[in-house]
Ligand binder design. Structure first.
Ligand code: NDP
Length: 484
C-alpha cells in the first residue's frame, strides 16, 4: 500500500516521488509506504486550508455541529477497521484499541460538536452606545501528534478546532500516519468541506515548517518536552498561540488505608497499559511503608500471572510491542542504568520474543523496588513498561517528593480517608489528578500539564477558549464628541 497526503478533500500525489516506510512493531515488517509532503504538497495544503477556513468559518455553528456528528457516527461504525490500523501501526493490543482509541476519539468530536452552537459573545449597554463581542475562530491551526494514540490525538485536536470554525493541517508521527488519513476521509464523507482538515506526512522537519509558517495561527502539539521547547521557540517567530501536551513522570501515592487490590490494579494500569507508552503514566509508585511488603507481593504475583504478551491482534493479548527497535533499546538502557544505580529488579527487565510475534519489539513488564529519588528511572520519562516502587512514611514527605520534578502532568492517590484524599491532591503540582482511580480521561474533563508538562488544555469546555479569539465591537449610537 502507498499512503498519500490528504489535501483538499482527496489523496494528493507528491512530485518528488519520495516515500518512507512504516513498520509494524509487532513483526518488524514494513507494512506500507508513505509519500512525503514535498514543496508542492505543502503549498497545496496551505492554499486549501485557507479556502477551507473561508467556507467552514462562515457556516452556522448548528451546521458544523451536524456535520461533525455525522463523522462521529462513521467513526463508530468503522471502529474495528480503524482499531486494526492502530494495532498494526503502534503494536498496542487489539483488546485496548477496539474499546478505547476510536471510542475516545469519537467521544471528543461528539462533545465538541455538541458545544459548537453554545459558543457565544456578550454585549453591554454603555448608555446609548454599546459594545458586543464575537468569539471568532483563530484561522488555520496546525496539529502535530505523537505515535502512541495516533487516531485519538488527531480527533482530540481536530474536534475543538473544527467545532470552533477553524481549519487544521495535521501531521501525525511518521511512525503512525495511517489513522489521521482515515479520519480525514471520514470528515470528508461526513460533509466537512475540502481543505478544513488536511493531513501531510513527514518527519520533524515538516513539523518545524508548520510551526514557522506565517499563515498558521496556532499550533497544538503532543510530544516530548524537548520537542515542545523547539516548537514553542519556532512558534514565537510569528507569535502563534500554542497548546503543548508533553511528557510526565507522574506520582501514584498509595496510603496504608487504601483498598490494596484496587491500588495494585491502578499501579498496573498506570504502568503497563499500552505497554507503558502513555504520557500520564504513574511511573513513580509511592507505597506507604506499612503495606509495602503486602502490596509488592500482590503486584508481582498479578504481573507474572495475568499479563499476556504476544501478537497484538490476538484478542487474548493484553500487552503489546514497543513502537520501534530504537525505543526498545532506549527502554532496555534505562533498565540497565537502574540496576547499576542500585535499584532491585523485582520482575521482568528483559527484551521478549513471544512465540506468536518473535520479531516484535517487546520488553517485559518490569518492576523495580528499593528505588531512590535521584535515580534516572525516577527522574526521567521512560515511556515504556517500567514501574518504580518507592516507599514513604509521612504525608508531608510524600507530597514534597511527589512534587520534586520539573514535570507536572498527572498524579493519583489511593486512600479511603476522604479528607486526606482532597488535602493531598490539592497540594500536588499536576494538571490531571485521580483519587481512587487512574488514567480515566472522559471528553468532558480538561487535560493538560503543570510545569514543563504542558501549556493549555485538551478536552473539556475550557478548550473552546483556545480555539477562538474575542473580537470586541464598539457601536456608537450617540453623536461623536470631538474637540477638533
Ligand atoms: P516527539 O516529540 O519525538 O514527536 C512528536 C511529534 O513532533 C512527531 O510528529 C514528530 O515528528 C514531531 N516533531 C519532531 N521534531 C519536531 C520539530 N522540531 N518541530 C515540530 N514537530 C516536530 O514525541 P514522540 O512521538 O516520541 O511521542 C512520545 C512523547 O509524547 C512522550 O514524551 C509522551 O509523554 C508525549 N505525549 C504526551 C501526551 C499528552 O497529552 N501530554 C500524550 C501522548 C504523548 P516525527 O515523529 O515524525 O519525527
Amino acid at each position: 500500500m502507498l499512503l498519500k497526503n490528504f489535501v483538499d478533500g482527496q489523496a494528493l500525489s507528491n512530485t518528488s516521488g519520495k516515500t518512507f516506510p512504516v513498520i509494524n512493531p509487532a513483526t518488524g515488517q514494513v507494512i506500507y509506504q508513505v509519500e512525503v509532503a514535498d514543496d508542492s504538497v505543502k503549498q497545496a495544503a496551505i492554499d486549501s486550508a485557507r479556502r477551507g477556513f473561508k467556507i467552514w468559518s462562515t457556516k452556522s455553528s448548528m451546521e458544523r455541529s451536524r456535520i461533525l456528528l455525522k463523522a462521529v457516527e462513521l467513526l463508530r461504525q468503522r471502529n474495528d477497521e480503524l482499531a486494526k490500523i492502530e494495532v498494526l501501526d503502534t503494536g498496542k493490543p487489539w483488546q485496548e484499541a477496539s474499546v478505547v482509541d476510536v471510542v475516545t476519539g469519537a467521544d471528543a468530536i461528539e462533545f465538541f460538536a455538541g458545544l459548537a452552537p453554545s459558543i457565544e459573545g456578550d454585549q453591554q449597554d454603555l448608555g446609548g452606545d454599546f459594545y458586543y463581542t464575537r468569539r471568532e475562530p483563530v484561522g488555520i491551526c496546525a496539529g502535530i501528534g505523537a505515535w502512541n494514540y495516533p487516531l485519538q490525538i488527531a480527533c482530540w485536536k481536530s474536534a475543538p478546532a473544527l467545532a470552533c470554525g477553524n481549519s487544521m493541517i495535521f501531521k501525525a508521527s511518521e511512525e503512525t500516519p495511517h489513522g489521521a488519513v482515515k479520519l480525514a476521509q471520514i470528515f470528508s464523507e461526513a460533509g466537512v468541506p475540502a481543505g478544513v482538515f488536511n493531513v501531510i506526512h513527514g518527519d520533524g522537519e515538516l513539523g518545524e515548517w508548520l510551526t514557522r509558517h506565517h499563515d498558521i495561527a496556532k499550533v497544538s502539539f503532543t510530544g516530548e518536552v524537548d520537542t515542545g521547547r523547539k516548537v514553542m521557540a519556532a512558534a514565537a517567530g510569528t507569535l502563534k498561540q500554542v497548546t503543548m501536551e508533553l511528557g510526565g513522570k507522574s506520582p501514584l501515592i498509595i496510603f496504608a488505608d487504601a483498598d490494596l487490590d484496587e491500588a495494585v490494579s491502578a499501579a498496573m494500569l498506570a504502568n503497563f497499559y499500552t505497554q507503558g507508552e502513555i504520557c500520564t503514566n504513574g511511573t513513580r509508585v509511592f507505597v506507604h511503608d506499612d503495606i509495602r511488603q503486602e502490596f509488592l507481593q500482590r503486584l508481582i504475583t498479578r504481573t507474572k500471572k495475568n499479563i499476556v504478551v504476544g501478537d497484538p491482534l490476538n484478542p487474548n493479548t493484553n500487552f503489546g510491542a514497543l513502537i520501534s527497535a530504537k525505543h526498545q533499546q532506549l527502554v532496555l538502557g534505562y533498565i540497565e542504568t537502574a540496576k547499576q544505580q542500585g535499584a532491585t529488579l523485582a520482575c521482568g527487565g528483559s527484551a521478549l520474543k513471544p512465540q506468536s510475534a518473535e520479531n516484535g519489539y517487546f520488553v517485559e513488564p518490569t518492576i523495580f523496588t528499593d528505588c531512590h529519588d535521584d535515580m534516572d528511572i525516577i527522574r526521567e520519562e521512560i515511556f515504556g513498561p517500567v514501574m518504580s516502587v518507592l516507599s514513604f512514611t509521612d504525608e508531608a514527605e510524600v507530597i514534597r517528593r511527589a512534587n520534586d520534578t520539573h514535570f507536572g502532568l498527572a498524579a493519583g492517590i489511593f486512600t479511603l480517608d476522604i479528607r486526606r484524599a482532597h488535602r493531598v491532591i490539592h497540594q500536588l503540582q499536576a494538571g490531571i489528578c485521580w483519587i481512587n482511580a487512574y488514567g480515566n480521561s472522559p471528553a468532558q474533563m480538561p487535560v493538560g500539564g503543570y510545569k514543563m508538562s504542558g501549556i493549555g488544555r485538551e478536552n473539556g469546555a475550557e478548550t473552546l477558549l483556545q480555539y477562538t479569539q474575542i473580537k470586541s465591537v464598539y457601536v456608537g449610537l450617540n453623536k461623536i464628541e470631538s474637540p477638533y
